[in-house]
Design a protein around this ligand. Structure first.
Ligand code: BGC
Ligand code: NOJ
Length: 814
C-alpha cells in the first residue's frame, strides 16, 4: 500500500495520509541552521550542532513515535472546536490532508469544515532562521471567526544536558517578550552570547512562554487548555519549560484568505555588545530586529523561497538523466542527490534514528559521503576534506569521529579503526576527479589539529597509505584494529560486560586479527593514490604504490580466497571468518563486493565466482544480506556483529551501504542487468508499493532492511543518514550509467541493462555542460563516442581546449 505519491515535476513527495507507518521526514536548511520536520510537523531545529545548539526540544522514542514539533492549531471561535491542520498534535479528523516534502521545504495542510489551511516551512539561504507561512482560507458561505495558534518548546541548548539535568534546568529558563517577539535567553546572562526567538507577523495578538500555563495541568500538546479556552495568557517563563506560543485572531469573510508568517531563529551578538543598554541584563536586539522584520513580510518570505527553489534547481541541475526507468530517474535527479546533501550536512548525527547527541562526524562516513556530494557544491567538499585531514594523526591513523562545532577529534572513541585512513584517499580522489583542483594537495594541513605540524595535504595521503603497510598481520593482510568498515566486527575486543563499548574496550594487543576487507580497500586506494602521484609527475612513487598494490593483490589471492568467494577476516586466534569452514558467517558481502570493485580477480575468474557466490548465498528480493548463515548466538571473539538478533543490522541484515559495492562489481564484469536488478531491489522508489512492509520513507534510502533471517524480512530502518546515499548515487551514476569523473576528463562507460535502448543526460563538469546521449545498437558494453559530431579515441572526453561551454556527446553501445 502507498501513503502518497511522487510529484516529480515539482520535486516533491506528497503524503496523503498522515498516519504513515513511521514518521516520514524532511530536512530544512542546508548550511548552518537546520531543522528536521515530519509529515505531521514533528521535529526540531538546531544551529550547526544538534547536540550543543539545539533550539527546540524533542523527545525521542516517544509514543506516539513522533511527538513535539512546530505545531499550529486553529480554533473556530463560534463552535469552539479546535484542530491542527498538520493532524498532529490533536489528531482531529481532517479533510484533504497532504504533506509535500520538497527540496529544503515542507508544506503541510488540510481542511476542516470549510476552513482550509496549510503551512510552508523552510529555511532561507544564508540565514539562521526558519519561516512558517500559515495560509488560512474561509471556504464557507458565511464569515468565520478563527484563532490561529503556533507553538514550539525551547530546548535549553545542550540537548544532552537538557534531557537529563533537571535539578538545574528547571531553574534557569528565561525569556523576554518585546513587540510581540518571544526571545529565549536561557544562560545568556552568563556565558552564552546567542539566543533564539519566535516572532509573528500578526499584530496585537497574545502569547504564552511558560509551557505548563499554555498546556494546563496534566494536559499534553494534543489539548492545550489555552487553545481550548481560545485565549493565551501572556505568561512569562521563569524556570521550568520556556516555550513560544502565539495567538492571532482572524475574522475571515467568505472566500477570504489570510497569511500569517512566523519566524523562528537563532542569533549571536558580539560579547561586548550582548546587552542593551550596556550593563543591563536585556538582550541587545539591534542587529536581529531588521532580520526579523524582513522575513515577517510575506513578500520577502516568498522571495526567499524562490531563491531556495533556484538554488536547488542549480544544484540538482549538475546532473540530470532520462532513462527508461522512472525509479532510476527520480532517485538520481531528485531524491538520492538530495539525500546526499543531508548526509553531507548531518553525517550520522541528527535524524529520527540518530538523536543528535551521539556521534559527531565520522571520518570514514564523511569521506565516503563526498562520493555523492562533491559535484553539487565542490567548495564545501574541499573545506570538509581539509577539516577531516586536520584530525588525522601523525601515524596516518585517524580519529574515528570529530565534533562539528570544535572540529576536534573525539577522544571517547579515539582511533584504531584501521580502514579509516584509506577513505581520505578515496574522498580526495573524488574531489580531484570532479574539480581538477590540484591545489588542494598543496594545502598545509596539521595533524591532530596541532599548530606547527602542518604538511601539504598530499603527505596526509601518503601517510594514510603507509599506515596499513606499517600494520600487517601474520598473513601479510592488514591488521583490523578496533574494526574495519564493519564497525561491529570487533576481533580484538572480547567484550563480556553489559554496557561496555564493543569497539573501544580492547583487551588484546591486536597483532593477529586481519581484515581482507581492508586489503581490498588498500588495493583500491593504492590505485587511486598511484594515479594521483603519476598525474603530479611522481612516476617512481606511483610505481611503488602499484607494486605494493600488486603484492596485496597476491596476498588476497593466497590468504584471502576461500575457494568460491573471498574470505572476510582472520580472528585473534588466526581462524578464518567468512569461510566454508565456519559454522556460521561462512560468506560475507563486504569482501566479495569490495575486492571485485577494486579489480581483484577480474581477469582470472575469481571475481566472477565471488559474484556468483554472492548471488547464490546472499541475494534476496529485498537486497543482498551482509552474511550467511546469520550468527545465532553471541561470539566473544567476533563482538557486536553477533550481538544483533539474526537478520538485523550487521548480523545478516541487508546493510544497504554495501549493496552498491556489489552493483559496481557487477558493472566491472559488464553485467548491466544484474547491476541494475540489485540497484532496483533496494531503490526506495521501487519499493513504494510495499510501504506497509518497508515502512520507512519511499524517497530516501534506509541504512538497513531486515534480512531473510529476521521475522520482519523487508522492513527498513534508520532512514536518511547512511553511506547508502552516496554509494548508491555513485554506483548508478558513475558505474551503471557510466558517466564517470576521471582525473583527465569525463569518462563515458555505461553498463546498462540489455533492454534499455539508451538514455540521455546532462552533466555540468568543470564549467562545461555535456549533453550526453547513449544509444544501444547491440547487447554489449563497447562504446563508440563522438564529441560534437567528431569521433574520439577511447572513452574519456577531455574538457574542450577552445573554451566551449557546451559539448554534445553521443555514444553508441554495441
Ligand atoms: C551500529 C553500527 C554503527 C556503530 C557505530 C553500532 O552500534 O550497529 O551500525 O556503525 O555502532 O559506532
Ligand atoms: C554505520 C557507520 O556509520 C559506518 O561507518 C559503518 O561503516 C557501518 N555502520 C557498518 O558498520
Amino acid at each position: 500500500m502507498k501513503y502518497g505519491y511522487f510529484d516529480d515535476l515539482n520535486r516533491e513527495y506528497v503524503i496523503t495520509q498522515p498516519d504513515t507507518p513511521l514518521p516520514w521526514i524532511n530536512y530544512l536548511g542546508c548550511q548552518a541552521y537546520f531543522g528536521i520536520i515530519s509529515n505531521t510537523a514533528g521535529g526540531y531545529s538546531f544551529y550547526r550542532d544538534a547536540r550543543l545548539r539545539r533550539l527546540t526540544r524533542y523527545r525521542y522514542n516517544n509514543a506516539p513515535f513522533d511527538f513535539g514539533g512546530r505545531y499550529v492549531y486553529l480554533r473556530d471561535n463560534e463552535s469552539k472546536e479546535f484542530w491542527s491542520p498538520s493532524w498532529q498534535p490533536t489528531r482531529h479528523e481532517l479533510k484533504d490532508y497532504s504533506c509535500r516534502h520538497g527540496m529544503g521545504y515542507t508544506v503541510i495542510g488540510s481542511s476542516y469544515k470549510g476552513i482550509e489551511a496549510h503551512t510552508r516551512y523552510f529555511v532561507p539561504l544564508d540565514e539562521n532562521l526558519e519561516i512558517w507561512q500559515l495560509t488560512v482560507t474561509n471556504k464557507r458561505a458565511v464569515k468565520a471567526s478563527i484563532s490561529a495558534f503556533a507553538s514550539i518548546e525551547f530546548c535549553l541548548w545542550d540537548a544532552q544536558d537538557d534531557s537529563t539535568n533537571f535539578q538545574r534546568n528547571f531553574s534557569i529558563g528565561q525569556v523576554e517578550v518585546e513587540d510581540g517577539v518571544i526571545y529565549h535567553k536561557t544562560e545568556y546572562r552568563e556565558r552564552r552570547d546567542h539566543f533564539a526567538y519566535f516572532a509573528t507577523s500578526a499584530k496585537g495578538g497574545s502569547f504564552d512562554t511558560q509551557r505548563d500555563v499554555f498546556l494546563g495541568h496534566y494536559r499534553g500538546w494534543d489539548k492545550p487548555a489555552t487553545v481550548e479556552a481560545g485565549q493565551l495568557t501572556n505568561s512569562i517563563a521563569h524556570g521550568w519549560a520556556p516555550i513560544g506560543a502565539h495567538q492571532a485572531k482572524l475574522e475571515l469573510a467568505p472566500g477570504e484568505t489570510r497569511q500569517i508568517v512566523f519566524v523562528l531563529g537563532y542569533h549571536e551578538n558580539p560579547v561586548a555588545e550582548k546587552f542593551d543598554p550596556p550593563g543591563s541584563q536585556t538582550i541587545n536586539k539591534k542587529t536581529v530586529k531588521p532580520v526579523i522584520a524582513k522575513y515577517l513580510d510575506p513578500k520577502e518570505a516568498d522571495a526567499a523561497f524562490e531563491r531556495l527553489r533556484q538554488y536547488w534547481e542549480s544544484v540538482l541541475g549538475v546532473f540530470q538523466v532520462n532513462t527508461p526507468d522512472i525509479h532510476t530517474n527520480r532517485m538520481v535527479n531528485i531524491w538520492n542527490a538530495y539525500q546526499c546533501m543531508a548526509t553531507f550536512n548531518m553525517s550520522r548525527s541528527a535524524s529520527f534514528y540518530e538523536s543528535g547527541i551521539g556521534r559527531g562526524l565520522g571520518f570514514r562516513d564523511s569521506n565516503q559521503d563526498l562520493l555523492g556530494f562533491v559535484h553539487m557544491v565542490p567548495a564545501r567538499a574541499r573545506e570538509r576534506i581539509l577539516d577531516l585531514a586536520a584530525t588525522q594523526l601523525p601515524t596516518g591513523g585517524a580519529y574515528h569521529q570529530y565534533q562539528p562545532l570544535t572540529k576536534r577529534g573525539n577522544n571517547d572513541v579515539g582511533s584504531g579503526f584501521n580502514d579509516d585512513p584509506h577513505w581520505l584517499i578515496i574522498g580526495v580522489a573524488a574531489y580531484l576527479k570532479e574539480t581538477g583542483d590540484w591545489s588542494i594537495l598543496d594545502e598545509p594541513v596539521p595533524y591532530d589539529n596541532a599548530p606547527g605540524s602542518e604538511t601539504p595535504l598530499y603527505e596526509h595521503l601518503q601517510r594514510s597509505f603507509r599506515y596499513t603497510l606499517d600494520r600487517l598481520g601474520p598473513h601479510g593482510l592488514p591488521l583490523i584494529g578496533r574494526a574495519d568498515w564493519n564497525d561491529c566486527l570487533n576481533l580484538n575486543c572480547f567484550s563480556d560486560t553489559p554496557g561496555q563499548s564493543f569497539q573501544t574496550t580492547t583487551n588484546k594487543d591486536g597483532k593477529v586479527a586481519e581484515s581482507v576487507f581492508i586489503a581490498g580497500l588498500f588495493v583500491h586506494a593504492g590505485q587511486e593514490l598511484a594515479a594521483i602521484a603519476k598525474h603530479r609527475g611522481l612516476d617512481a612513487e606511483a610505481s611503488t604504490y602499484l607494486s605494493e598494490v600488486a603484492k596485496m593483490d597476491q596476498v588476497v589471492r593466497k590468504h584471502g580466497w576461500d575457494g568460491e568467494w573471498f574470505l572476510r577476516a582472520y580472528d585473534d586466534f588466526g581462524a578464518k571468518i567468512g569461510s566454508k569452514e565456519c559454522e556460521e558467517g561462512k560468506i560475507f558481502i563486504e569482501t566479495n563486493g569490495y575486492c571485485v570493485l577494486a579489480g581483484i580477480g577480474l581477469e582470472d575468474g575469481l571475481a566472477a565466482r565471488a559474484l556468483d557466490s554472492t548471488r547464490k548465498h546472499l541475494a534476496t528480493k529485498h537486497g543482498i544480506v551482509l552474511q550467511q548463515p546469520a550468527y545465532s548466538r553471541y561470539y566473544l571473539n567476533l563482538g557486536e556483529i553477533s550481538s544483533y538478533p539474526p537478520g538485523y543490522k550487521e548480523n545478516a541484515g541487508i546493510f544497504c551501504h554495501n549493496n552498491p559495492w556489489v552493483i559496481i562489481a557487477e558493472t566491472r564484469l559488464g553485467h548491466g542487468d544484474e547491476a541494475h536488478d540489485y540497484y532496483s531491489r533496494i531503490n526506495p522508489s521501487a519499493r513504494e508499493e510495499i510501504s506497509d512492509l518497508h515502512r520507512c520513507e519511499p524517497y530516501v534510502y534506509a541504512q538497513m532492511i531486515a534480512g531473510r533471517d529476521a521475522p520482519t524480512h523487508g522492513e527498513a530502518k534508520n532512514s536518511w543518514l547512511t553511506g547508502t546515499a552516496a554509494w548508491n548515487y555513485y554506483a548508478i551514476v558513475q558505474w551503471i550509467l557510466g558517466v564517470r569523473t576521471a582525473l583527465d576528463g569525463l569518462e563515458i562507460a555505461p553498463v546498462i541493462p540489455k533492454n534499455w535502448q539508451g538514455f540521455t543526460a546532462t552533466r555540468t563538469f568543470r564549467g562545461v555542460v555535456y549533453k550526453i546521449s547513449i544509444e544501444r545498437k547491440g547487447d554489449g558494453n563497447s562504446i563508440a563516442l563522438t564529441v560534437d559530431g567528431k569521433p574520439i579515441k577511447g572513452n574519456v572526453v577531455s574538457p574542450p581546449a577552445d573554451g566551449r561551454r557546451e559539448v554534445v556527446v553521443k555514444g553508441i553501445l554495441s
